[in-house]
Design a protein. Structure first.
Ligand SMILES: [Zn+2]
Length: 263
């Protein structure tokens, strides 16, 4: 009852304000302009604005792209980009395609730098928000939960894998490592791509992970076949096997890394 009264009161007050404002056009128009100014102003046509910003805005929440720092002006190592990236850092290491190759340069981790506010604005600010956006996707006979913004791309990966008609790949999907998990990356306070529902781990028993290396020296290795990697990359998924800090069971939806306009 109390709720109904206060709703009625708001309606009445609203009606009251509207009628007070009616004689004056500028005041009557104020709510409309207030609403449009609630959104951050669109990027002014600025010759110095990097074209990649417009490209990022096609793949991520555009208002977040417009409000985040493009370039903080700091020269960074790959590790520093991963720890504290700006938008430019996210795109600064070209993502390689083609034949799987050993990665032996510590500066080559394309896709490991993620500007977290961009992902939170795009995919969900909390685990509950991300959970609410998950939809089922079938891949090699398994059903996984994936963010709806990335689900179509994962379905296309599944269709590509089906077209391979190669039963030898099925062992990689027999016991999937998982998709959505609200967690940070082990040993860090950084959110994993899994916390946004845009990453999938193949069978962990067939994956290799740099932190599990027996020696202190990181020596890249991989057992995931080219055909699986090609199917994912063709649909905008970055593969952890392209990283010096390798995680070969891991694929995450990062369409900007494959869009020539984002370079
Ligand atoms: Zn993963």
């Amino acid at each position: 009852m109390g709720v109904r009264c206060s709703v009625a009161l708001v309606v009445l007050l609203g009606a009251c304000r509207a009628s007070e404002a009616t004689p004056s056009r500028p005041i009557a128009a104020a709510p409309a302009s207030a609403a449009s100014s609630a959104a951050p102003p669109a990027q002014p046509p600025d010759a110095s604005a990097p074209p990649a910003l417009g490209c990022l805005a096609r793949h991520y929440e555009a208002r977040a792209v417009a409000s985040l720092t493009w370039d903080d002006g700091k020269a960074k190592t790959m590790a520093q980009k991963v720890d504290a990236p700006d938008l430019e850092d996210m795109l600064s290491v070209p993502y390689p395609r083609g034949a799987i190759a050993k990665v032996d340069d510590p500066e080559v981790d394309p896709g490991r730098a993620r500007v977290e506010p961009l992902f939170r604005a795009t995919y969900g600010a909390t685990p509950a928000e991300v959970s609410a956006a998950l939809v089922p996707v079938k891949i090699r006979g398994r059903t996984v939960s994936f963010h709806r913004r990335a689900a179509e791309a994962l379905r296309r990966v599944a269709a590509r894998l089906d077209r391979l008609a190669d039963p030898s790949i099925d062992r990689f999907f027999a016991s999937l490592g998982g998709t959505f998990v609200a967690r940070t990356i082990a040993g860090t306070d950084r959110a994993s791509a899994h916390s946004w529902g845009i990453a999938i781990d193949l069978d962990p028993s067939l994956g290799d992970y740099w932190k599990n290396a027996a020696s202190a020296r990181i020596a890249w290795k991989n057992r995931v076949p080219q055909s699986i990697v090609d199917a994912f990359e063709a649909e905008g998924f970055a593969w952890g096997g392209r990283w010096y800090h390798y995680d070969t069971m891991h694929f995450e939806y990062r369409p900007e890394l494959f869009d020539p306009d984002c370079r």
